[in-house]
Design a protein around this ligand. Sequence first.
Ligand code: URA
Length: 433
Amino acid sequence: MRIYDIIDKKRHAFSLTDEEINFVITSYMKGESKDYQISALLMAICINSMDESETNALTRAMVNSGEVLDLSPLGNTTVDKHSTGGIGDKTTLIVAPIASSLGCTVAKMSGRGLGFTGGTVDKLESINSFKTELSIDEFFEQAKDIGIVVIGQSADLTPADKKLYALRDVTATIDSIPLIASSIMSKKIASGSKSIILDVKFGSGAFMKTSEDAEKLAEAMIKIGKDFGRNVTAVITDMNAPLGTCVGNALEVWEAIEVLSGRGEENLVKLCKTVSACMVSSALNLDYNTAQKMVSDAIYSGKALDKFYEWIEKQGGDVSKIKDSSLLLNAKFKREIYAKESGYIYRIDAQKIGTASMILGAGRTKKEDNIDHLAGIILSKSVGNYVQRGDALATMYTSNEDLLDDASLVFEEAISYSEDAPKKSELIYKIIK
Ligand code: URA
């Protein structure tokens, strides 16, 4: 087999066989196929796409490129959750303890953030002394003991995806549904949970810009899940505006505790309840309405919040520091941002809010960058609110005062005003299985 012939075949829009796809991944991992050849193939895939069988074969080859976690010793109730990325997306911090408090086992790996989206691991590391690196034995022991454990993504899982993703990132080949679907699902399959809930986002702050594309991506991922014998549910959600009111690591931990305490912003609460109900329904094999009632009960009885604190403590986190919210909202410098005009808030551009928060120190531009865990933005207004010129829109938090001016400029670009109230868009567009 020659990589040249495989590139040429895809260039002419033919389907690749399982053997050819395997060859691509194994020869690339051995260094026999070169970056420039794989880049050419990726571009041909972006242009000519891949069918279901090719997408499944690529996922399998990436799963087999590294370690595969077998969570079966934990039973059949293991459930993982993935979000395709968003601004202010702290749902894992909320839904994982809810589902675990109801009898699901959440033993999961999460990523760090890069660019304007934050990662769950960064959010957890904003909690004093929380350990995101555990040995595999500690990981299993904690999952058995308390039904919840979240650690950083192991470097040994799907190394082929890591290598391909790095190449896609610099060759304008991220944007392909089969490539995104196989990349995400290879990590989820290798992480071992029986049930997988996907929050597939669309809008300005997401990979998929339209609900139609988000649905196509969700369908591709569901098909991959079926091929591997996993139960996959996808929730298609709007990410045109940031999720909830807080963007930034410690600020999002604070907001997660708000939701687990039965408070929190309407859309964030709705999404967390929906994703948790999908997790409970899938992992415990219950109908969705029953799962929904159990989720509400877990929140309003305090059971989910207790599980959250138990989890944080078990992984070494200092719970006293997060029980006192003033310590999470304690950045050295704060600045309020005021409305420049009177009118309805027509749009809050999620991507720009993410960028403003990153400028404040909450995100990384390069993998090696350090994060300012206390940096970020708390929005005090949402889309559809009427404001008078001079009303407070948000507060910025940072440890470096010099960053406030640049971040304010980007923040202001994120806000659009209108004379008429904007049409209310539904956060949850669809749930598919
Ligand atoms: N997230 C991933 O893990 N992979 C992609 O290709 C896109 C988003």
